[in-house]
Design a protein around this ligand. Structure first.
Ligand code: DP6
Length: 354
């Protein structure tokens, strides 16, 4: 691959196009805080994919011109509740200059061998962005898949190397994106002493019936980005406590997923969400991602779960205001009651079964 680039065997020219699709993912054990190094997570994390929350990205080569760093890349986004793949292409209207983060990512990608390239990126998101539904995860994963397609990565690398290549590049864009490269439902981003590796987790067949709902409490962009949240995390007294628990939590969660032990999955997932938000609240910035409404929905969920004795349901919350719920069909009546109690609230699902 490196040699091919050096010898200019990877040629890009005006009109070349690459495309990629990726799903978002929801962390059961979260990535929260980074160690020294490049996108080096302080702990391992485990996620479930959200196949109905997907991003479709196309990247077009617009010729090779002399570089002008701030007009290199343009970026179109379109948000729709509909399946992004069913959208007619004519709906792509909004054209925005690409964000500095995306620009610097593309710049890093092309710098070594096509520094003068000009590309146009189009992104379709089937769900609200930047509000705790991990749009950066599906966004960077889809972008890297599109870049791989553009440079015909399969020609240069073995299939397992292609996957590793995509995981490494997407992690540079956004850490959680590396969990969106695999199409497996449960993905383990494992931190080891000197490196990181990705694993698809085996799961009990009963989880093919697992369901997901998210309460859209507020879809405005979050006030503190996850990147800033990661920086704040080590300043909390709970940070080291969570880090120490992480190895055992990941081991137990992997086993519980394989064995179908829902109560253990529930305990570990809810505890990890509480610790993540505890860390955010007690770090130097004392930042609260959730709102009063978020708390009310979770509080009612916990009350109803107890009252109706339907315990195969759990909640979790990422860096945003919108709580996620995962539940087995046995707990459907609980979710129906919860939705009735918040009639004004919009709900979405990332999957109704895996
Ligand atoms: C709360 O992956 O968005 O969603 O690597 O800085 O882009 P960067 O952070 P990001 O962090 C995700 C935080 C989280 C938990 C998780 O998905 O594991």
């Amino acid at each position: 691959m490196y040699e091919a680039r050096q010898k200019e065997e990877i040629l890009l020219q005006n009109g070349d196009m690459g495309e990629g699709i990726a799903f978002s993912n929801l962390a059961l054990i979260k990535y929260w805080g980074k160690d020294e190094g490049v996108q080096n997570p302080s702990t391992s994390s485990i996620s479930v994919h959200l196949p109905l929350f997907k991003t479709y990205t196309r990247i077009f080569v617009k010729g090779r011109f002399k570089p002008d760093p701030f007009t290199h890349f343009t970026h179109s986004t379109h948000f729709s509740d509909k399946n992004p793949l069913s959208l007619p292409l004519s709906v792509m209207t909004q054209q925005t200059p690409c964000s500095l983060k995306l620009e610097s990512f593309l710049d890093t990608f092309f710098r070594g061998w096509a520094p003068e390239i000009k590309v146009h990126v189009e992104t379709f998101n089937g769900f609200p962005t930047a509000c705790g539904i991990a749009s950066s995860a599906s966004g960077y994963a889809a972008l890297v898949k599109a870049l791989g397609h553009l440079i015909q990565i399969e020609k240069w690398l073995e299939p397992h190397e292609v996957k590793e290549w995509m995981e490494s590049w997407s992690r540079l864009g956004s850490g959680s994106a590396c969990r969106s490269i695999s199409e497996s439902p449960f993905v383990y981003w494992k931190k080891e002493t000197f490196h990181q590796k990705m694993e698809d987790l085996i799961f009990h067949p009963k989880y093919q019936k697992l369901e997901h709902s998210i309460a859209l409490v507020n879809t405005d962009a979050k006030e503190l980005s996850s990147s800033d949240g990661h920086k704040n995390a080590p300043t909390s007294p709970f940070y080291e406590i969570r880090r120490r628990k992480n190895i055992q939590d990941c081991k137990e969660l992997s086993e519980a997923l394989a064995e179908g032990h829902f109560s253990l999955i529930r305990r570990i997932t809810e505890e990890d969400a509480l610790l993540m938000h505890g860390i955010s609240l007690t770090g130097k910035l004392k930042h609260q991602y959730f709102s009063f409404k978020t708390q009310s929905v979770i509080e009612r969920f916990l009350f109803l779960r107890n009252e109706m004795s339907l315990d195969e349901a759990l909640w979790t919350l990422d860096a945003g205001k919108n709580p996620h719920f995962l539940f087995m069909p046995s707990a459907k009546p609980l979710m129906e009651r919860l939705k009735l109690e918040f009639p004004e609230m919009k709900w979405m699902t990332g999957f109704s079964h895996l």
